[in-house]
Design a protein around this ligand. Structure first.
Ligand SMILES: [Zn+2]
Length: 831
């Protein structure tokens, strides 16, 4: 970390206006110099509103709000002349991106988007945004004024206000009369869950491609109304790291073009000029790769922009001042200075390369529509008898700006079968969904659908595969020949009104909407049964898992029964099949004991240390925002007082548990009384070895013996990954007769560790790996043997209750749709 030089705010802060000016600086407005405390979000909002009112260079829009109700803001900064015709400039740029029809003008301003503080506890970014806004907006600043004649800057001061506020409020409560730079001081050690993530502990910088969070969805919508040529995501890394800026590290996704890489390089060189002149340390081309599409640099890159991450040293540990490993003191003011420098330098470079940017950007989208760059020409998704999954997939495509349509006539095409990875001729049928690669968002579509992304270099720190057909558990094909849909869009089958007073209603199981329907009717007091075997009724087949709501079971509801069921079915788009008889042609009659009565579960979720906040948050979010079913979050100290009984479900998320510190015996006693315990990933450690628990960890073999010759120091990183699974997709074998597998014709698991358990000898193996190689993504070769024939999901009886084991997290980052169905099965059918 370079030494702090007060005199050097670089040449970029021009003629800093110190005399009385019409525009107040952040210091004058807030009442303290930037860098002497963290600015609370409502004051950031106040300053942005003030600048928008005062400066003719700034307009402000609120594009959404957070889960905790804080506004999400975008400042539109340009010359007054440009702002006067901003709508025309915006729509012209959308023509350039192929989002609107017509020919764009060859000239115009370049659009530069600056995103600050997506990770809440990397709290310097928003402070830098205040200063950047001021410099851009100040009418006396001629240099920025000249830039703004050729640029529209879209500045989001805080992508994650809830997380940032969690950090800032905590930090100021810890702070004494002055900052304590001692790294051991408590102000440098955030408590669980930390401020990095949003309200539900989701990492918003992993969510761009999935839009599972409210903040992301709002941002994706407004981003696609502008489509900038440059997007910068401001971050912080650990305290001792020098500043990082583009060009990015490998692996770089093969669909990233040469001109995008070249411009990253030019922008990086512009920053380097300022850092060199000032003697500040920095690095490029290391650590921060461009592969996984959920980041704030990759996702814009796959949308034709120059997407970049900038990283200052500091983050949630640094506070206002902290001692570095080299013995210097890193202050908030220094951290602001660096992000301020690169923010302005980005705009400067964008203006310098404006013509190239606009030309290449327009060419990128023109090419996408006529000569797609990837290996596939189209993606074919088989129409499902169960529409929930297709409805969820098309909703995601729409949010991502990817066009799709359906076929009205049959034909034969050639492609790769996602299930097997093999090439073959495929019969495309009417009703099948088609995503053509020939479209403006063709590159993003290729990235999200590619069955086997080519990883040019395996040293990445994130998952290496994510293809949507695996996530949604759909039958699909990546086509090597062109196929265009016969008609735009996809229609969910229309609902026909059920007959007036049926003997029973039936609802097919297989998607999240069916699970939401069940969640709603259970909460309204409806008694529901579930067919454990397939049945045929009035000539129609119903698969195992079908929900059955009989009038006889629901006499307690009287006349309310039908409206409750019908309202829920309409709300969640569930076709209600009504029958006037319980006598079936095949399978168990509706009144049979093999048509199981579903108990309304009372769900507890362990939260707080030592659980992983990500894992806990994903489950919390699932119940709150996806399923809309109540969940009680309970912390470790209260666990001692929890007396589990039949009907209770306790979920233990991933975490680092030490069994000696846990009341595990009392919890297992609760299970013996009839409760259900669902344990995921690291929580399985608590259960192995306990009395009556059949789960056994697979012992790792001595890998050392496989190595020949002495180890080379230079190979150490590469060698370490041969034992790792950073995130890959495996095809699993399912027991389709087990209720936990109902509604899932196929399943792929996203594995992110080499944690391996033997198949259960006592109990039920619901899902397991046959072979140890992934269907898609990277896994080190030494993991193949270790993972072969290991458990993915299992369950066993314990006394009158049940244990459910999840070796992988089915709710990881909230985007694995089929995993959410599987988890819903464990919640509702797991007894
Ligand atoms: Zn970050």
């Amino acid at each position: 970390m370079g030494r702090f030089r007060l005199a050097c705010w670089t040449g970029l802060l021009l003629a800093a206006p110190l005399t009385a000016q019409p525009l107040l600086s952040p210091e004058a407005f807030l009442g303290y110099p930037l860098g002497t405390r963290f600015t609370p979000h409502h004051r950031v909002v106040a300053y942005f509103e003030y600048v928008a009112r005062t400066s003719p260079r700034v307009q402000l829009v609120q594009y959404g709000e957070t889960y905790e109700g804080r506004p999400l803001l975008l400042a539109i900064i340009s010359s007054p002349e440009n702002l006067a015709r901003i709508e025309a400039l915006r729509t012209d740029n959308l023509r350039r991106a192929g989002r609107l029809p017509g020919t764009p003008s060859p000239d115009g301003p370049v659009f530069v988007w600056l995103s600050y503080n997506v990770h809440g506890n990397e709290a310097v970014s928003t402070e830098a945004a205040l200063l950047t806004l001021y410099t851009l907006a100040h009418p006396d600043s001629q240099r920025t004024g000249a830039w703004l004649e050729q640029a529209v800057v879209l500045l989001d001061p805080c992508l994650n206000p809830d997380g940032r506020e969690r950090y800032v409020q905590w930090y100021h409560r810890m702070l004494g009369a002055r900052p304590n730079p001692d790294p051991l001081a408590r102000e440098h050690h955030e408590p669980w869950p930390g401020g990095r993530t949003n309200h539900y502990y989701f990492d918003l910088n992993r969510d761009w491609a999935w839009g599972t969070q409210q903040e992301t969805r709002a941002r994706l919508a407004i981003y696609q109304q502008w489509m900038p040529q440059i997007h910068v995501d401001f971050h912080e890394q650990s305290v001792d790291e020098p500043y990082y800026f583009a060009p990015a590290a490998r692996p770089i996704h093969p669909l990233i073009t040469d001109w995008q890489r070249a411009l990253q390089d030019s922008i990086g060189r512009n920053h380097a000029r300022y850092f060199d002149a000032d003697g500040r340390l920095y690095f490029t081309r290391e650590v921060f790769d461009l592969f996984y599409p959920g980041y704030g640099d990759t996702w814009p890159t796959f949308n034709g922009a120059i997407g970049m991450t900038y990283e200052q040293g500091g983050g949630g540990r640094a506070g206002l001042a902290i001692q570095t490993g080299e013995g210097d003191t890193l202050t908030l003011a220094q951290r602001i200075r660096n992000h301020y420098t690169t923010g302005l330098s980005t705009i400067e470079a964008a203006v310098r390369h404006r013509r190239t940017l606009l030309t290449q950007f327009a060419r990128y989208f023109a090419r996408a529509q006529t000569q797609p760059a990837g290996r596939y020409q189209a993606f074919l998704i088989r129409n499902s008898t169960y529409p929930d999954r297709l409805a969820a997939l098309t909703a995601l495509l729409e949010q991502q700006g990817i066009r799709y349509g359906t076929l009205t006539r049959a034909r034969t095409v050639e492609g790769i079968d996602y299930s097997t990875g093999t090439r073959r001729r495929i019969e495309a049928r009417p009703g099948d969904l088609v995503v053509s690669a020939y479209q403006p968002a063709g590159v993003l579509a290729q990235v999200l659908f590619d069955p086997t992304p080519v990883l040019p270099d395996s040293l990445t720190y994130d998952i290496t595969s994510w293809a949507l057909p695996y996530a949604f558990g759909l039958e699909a094909y990546a086509l090597t020949e062109r196929l265009e849909p016969d008609q735009e869009g996809w229609q969910r089958p229309a609902l026909s009104p059920p007959s007036s007073r049926p003997y029973a209603y039936l609802v097919r199981w297989g998607g999240l909407d069916a699970a939401r329907f069940l969640a709603e009717v259970l909460q309204r007091g409806v008694r529901v049964r579930m067919a454990e075997e397939p049945l045929r009724l009035n000539g129609q087949r119903f698969e195992a898992g079908t929900l059955i709501l009989t009038r006889a079971d629901n006499e307690h509801l009287g006349a309310r029964f039908d409206p409750i069921v019908r309202r829920a079915a309409r709300r969640w788009h569930q076709p209600l099949y009504s029958t006037s008889t319980g006598f079936v042609e095949e399978g168990p009659d509706l009144g049979s004991s093999r048509v199981r009565f579903l108990r309304k579960p009372h769900v507890y979720l362990l939260a707080g240390p030592p659980t992983s906040a990500y894992a806990t948050g994903a489950i919390w979010h699932f119940f709150d925002q996806v399923l809309h079913y109540p969940v009680t979050l309970i912390e470790r100290d209260e666990l001692n007082e929890l007396l589990l009984e039949a009907g209770d479900v306790l979920i233990l998320p991933h975490g680092v548990y030490r069994s000696s510190e846990w009341p595990i015996e009392a919890l297992l006693e609760g299970v013996r009384r009839g409760a259900r315990l669902i344990a995921l990933e690291g929580a399985l450690n608590l259960l192995t070895g306990q009395q009556g628990v059949h789960l056994k960890q697979r012992q790792a073999k001595g890998d050392q013996q496989e190595r020949t010759g002495p180890r080379r120091y230079g190979d150490r990183e590469r060698e370490a990954i041969s034992d790792r699974v950073p995130g890959a997709i495996y095809r699993v074998q399912l027991d389709p007769t087990h209720p936990l597998a109902f509604g899932l014709p196929r399943y792929f698991t996203l594995k992110r560790s080499t944690r391996a358990y033997e198949l259960l000898k006592d109990g039920w193996n619901v899902a397991w790996l046959d072979e140890g190689r992934p269907r898609s993504g990277f896994a080190g070769y030494r993991t193949f043997d270790r993972l072969r024939e290991t458990l993915v999901v299992g369950t066993q009886r314990l006394g009158r209750g049940t244990l459910v084991f999840f070796v992988d997290d089915p709710l990881f980052r909230g985007f694995w749709h089929a995993g959410q169905v599987l988890f819903a099965n464990a919640v509702f059918f797991g007894e």
